[in-house]
Design a protein around this ligand. Structure first.
Ligand SMILES: CC(=O)SCCNC(=O)CCNC(=O)[C@H](O)C(C)(C)COP(=O)(O)OP(=O)(O)OC[C@H]1O[C@@H](n2cnc3c(N)ncnc32)[C@H](O)[C@@H]1OP(=O)(O)O
Ligand SMILES: O=C([O-])CC(=O)C(=O)O
Length: 373
């Protein structure tokens, strides 16, 4: 049925309004509250973008300084949360660590009323990088680290926690850009999950815990890790082309390509690609950049598909010294700003989200008693 096919996956269905971002307006651009994402990624730090999303305007110098100070003050984790993190096995995927950590934090600092929503959002913004870093360094190196690092921003802090050293200015700048690019994207799957949970008037931690679960999948945020796992198999562009051709022949998806909304290009990808090209220059395995370009060209030629934000982000994070399983958690650390802004927006004009389903099961059947089945 033509109509049902159009609505498959709710593609193109307008499910509500938002003033947080516009995706694909004017063809292929992305704006946060009207600001081009490229401008924010070039000129702003991540906390400026988070403030814009959560509080409705770009902060002044004084407001930004106060916000940075406030977030820095929440970087240490409560002892009970560190205890839980230490019990999570070392081979757990770090997205599961964030999901558990977020849920645990909600038991220690519960949101008792919606009047506390800004405080909870800020606490989550400040705590997720610390949870990831604390668990990583404890399980991998047996260290019980102080998560309140001297870094001024989340980008600096999380990079230091994940790489074990102070980031260079170039890498810190890249991390600011990456978090900014990942911060918000309208009614994507994880944000919609958060809004569905918010629509029941549940607490903010439940909304974000659900959103982390939705982001984890390879068709959404998990695609950046899957893209890296593909790219790093090759040293030569020709090898990559042959292997990806074979993948397409088997009708397999190539993660990091295609998009549910953009039809020509994902504007975030251009920024990630330039960072990947730049950071490849100082990397021992910089050959992965031409490998990525060969895959990009092949996907255009064979499938008319373009890279989305997750494709060049993968090699850019890799060249920045970040381990692959940390890619999607970094996406979550950024997107928590957008999720919380959407939760606030949903609550401000709430209606329970409850679509209808067309029943396609058997018609009425008579009950058969257990002994006669
Ligand atoms: C930040 C983000 O979350 S961006 C998205 C990250 N996800 C990925 O990169 C996963 C790979 N990409 C995909 O699965 C899809 O492109 C999606 C889910 C992102 C978008 O989905 P849609 O635009 O609705 O496309 P859909 O999945 O229905 O595919 C349409 C056709 O293109 C093909 N296609 C779409 N993406 C890809 C891909 N990455 N590799 C190979 N083929 C693809 C499909 O197989 C399908 O072909 P068919 O019509 O012959 O069956
Ligand atoms: O909008 C989407 O469907 C996925 C996406 O790019 C994002 O969440 O950043």
């Amino acid at each position: 049925m033509a109509e049902a096919a159009i609505q498959s996956g709710l593609r193109g269905v307008v499910a509500g309004t938002t003033s947080l971002s516009s995706v694909g307006a004017g063809g292929d651009n992305l704006r946060y509250r009207g600001y081009d994402v490229e401008d924010l990624a070039s000129h702003a730090i991540f906390e400026e973008t988070a403030y814009l999303l959560l509080y409705g305007k770009l902060p002044t110098r004084t407001e930004l300084d106060a916000y940075l100070y406030k977030l820095r003050g929440m970087r240490e984790l409560p002892a009970a949360l560190k205890d839980v993190l230490e019990r999570i096995p070392g081979d757990t995927h770090p997205m599961d660590v964030l999901r558990t950590g977020c849920s645990m934090l909600g038991t220690l600092y519960p949101e008792r009323s919606f009047a506390e929503q800004d405080a909870v959002a800020d606490r989550l913004l400040a705590s997720l990088p610390s949870m990831l870093g604390y668990w990583y360094r404890f399980t991998k190196f047996g260290e019980r680290i102080a998560t309140a690092t001297p870094d001024a921003t989340i980008a600096g802090q999380v990079t230091r926690l994940l790489t074990g050293r102070e980031p260079s200015e170039e890498i810190r700048r890249f991390m600011e850009a990456s978090l900014t690019l990942y911060a918000e994207h309208e009614f994507n799957a994880s944000t919609f999950t958060a809004r569905v949970i918010a629509g029941t008037l549940s607490d903010l931690y439940s909304c974000v815990t659900g959103a982390i679960g939705a982001l984890r999948g390879p068709l959404h945020g998990g695609a950046n890790e899957a893209a890296m796992e593909l790219i790093e198999q090759f040293r030569e562009p020709d090898e990559a082309v042959a292997a990806v051709k074979a993948k397409l022949a088997r009708k397999e998806k190539v993660m990091g390509f295609g998009h549910a909304v953009y039809k020509q290009r994902d504007p975030r990808n251009d920024v990630f690609k330039e960072w990947s090209r730049r950071l490849a220059k100082g990397a021992a395995d910089g050959y992965l950049f031409p490998v990525s370009e060969a895959i990009e060209q092949l996907m255009r030629d064979e499938k008319r598909l373009f890279p989305n934000a997750d494709f060049y982000c993968a090699t850019a994070y890799h060249f920045a010294g970040i381990a692959t399983p940390m890619f999607t958690p970094l996406f979550a650390i950024a997107r928590v700003s957008g999720w919380c802004a959407h939760i606030k927006e949903q609550r401000a004009d709430n209606k329970l989200i409850r679509p209808a389903a067309e029943y396609v099961g058997p018609d009425h059947v008579n009950f058969i008693p257990l002994e006669r089945r």
